[in-house]
Each structure stands twice: as C-alpha cells, then as structure tokens.
Design a protein around this ligand. Structure first.
Ligand SMILES: [Zn+2]
Length: 138
C-alpha cells in the first residue's frame, strides 16, 4: 500500500500501489484499509473457525512481533510523531483514541481531539492533556 490517505489509531487507509500475483480482490489504484490484526497461524482450531482474533499466534498490526522478531507497523513512530513540532488529530475518541492521545502526548506532540460529542471535551483536554478539541459537525 502506498502513502496512507488517512490514519487513526486503529486503522490505515491508503491507495494500492502494487499487488502480488495471487491477489484477486484489489487492483493498483484501489483504496484499501488495514485493520488491527494482520496475521494468524491458520491451522489452529480458532483460525479454522474464522476466529483469528483468538489465535495464540495472532499478529497485531500495531507493534506486533513477527516470527523473525521484527515488529509490525507502529504508526506514531512511522509518521514521525517523536520528532519535534508534530501535531496529531485524533478522531473516534473512544478507548483506542484515548490511548492515541496518551502516546502522542508522551511523544511530546501537539494533539487535537476531533469528536461529534462536545461532552468529551473536558475529558480530552483536562484529563488526558489534549491541546485542543474540535466538534466534528460544527
Ligand atoms: Zn491460529
């Protein structure tokens, strides 16, 4: 997948720039997304029942460990959030969104929370330390 068009703390959306010879569901130029799980073992009982999220060898998209010891995608580092003067927008201010705010603030980034619910401003700014808050429908 090429440069992401959109990213939040639990998914990445981008444009397909190349495909493998066995790929049938995507073509170059398609918009595609990656969820929070990118791998599982396949032959275990959970995998055979399409319950890959219970596979003991499930691989998380974010910071998961491949069998060779390498780590999976770490979006906050990938997008350079640890560098100075970065500003992150966090949409979908729920459980994962809360974590995104905490990690981004720990990296020293400026954080804006974007939510459809004005009632979440106090929690975002006062409790988690977001720098600003936007109401998405306003
Ligand atoms: Zn499995």
């Amino acid at each position: 997948m090429g440069d992401p068009l959109r990213s939040c703390s639990h998914e990445i959306v981008g444009q397909v720039t190349s495909i493998g010879h066995n790929v049938t569901k995507f073509r170059v130029g398609d918009i595609a997304g990656v969820g929070c799980i990118i791998g599982s073992c396949g032959p275990c009982d959970n995998c055979k029942q399409d319950l890959e999220n219970y596979c003991p060898k499930m691989l998380w998209t974010f910071n998961g460990h491949h069998e060779d010891g390498t780590r999976a995608f770490a979006p906050l580092k990938y997008f350079g959030l640890s560098k100075l003067d970065r500003h992150l927008g966090v949409a979908e201010f729920g459980g994962v969104g809360h974590m995104a705010v905490k990690f981004a603030k720990a990296f020293g980034a400026k954080v804006t929370v974007i939510s459809s619910s004005p009632s979440k401003k106090k929690e975002a700014v006062e409790r988690l330390g977001a720098d600003s808050f936007l109401v998405s429908h306003n």
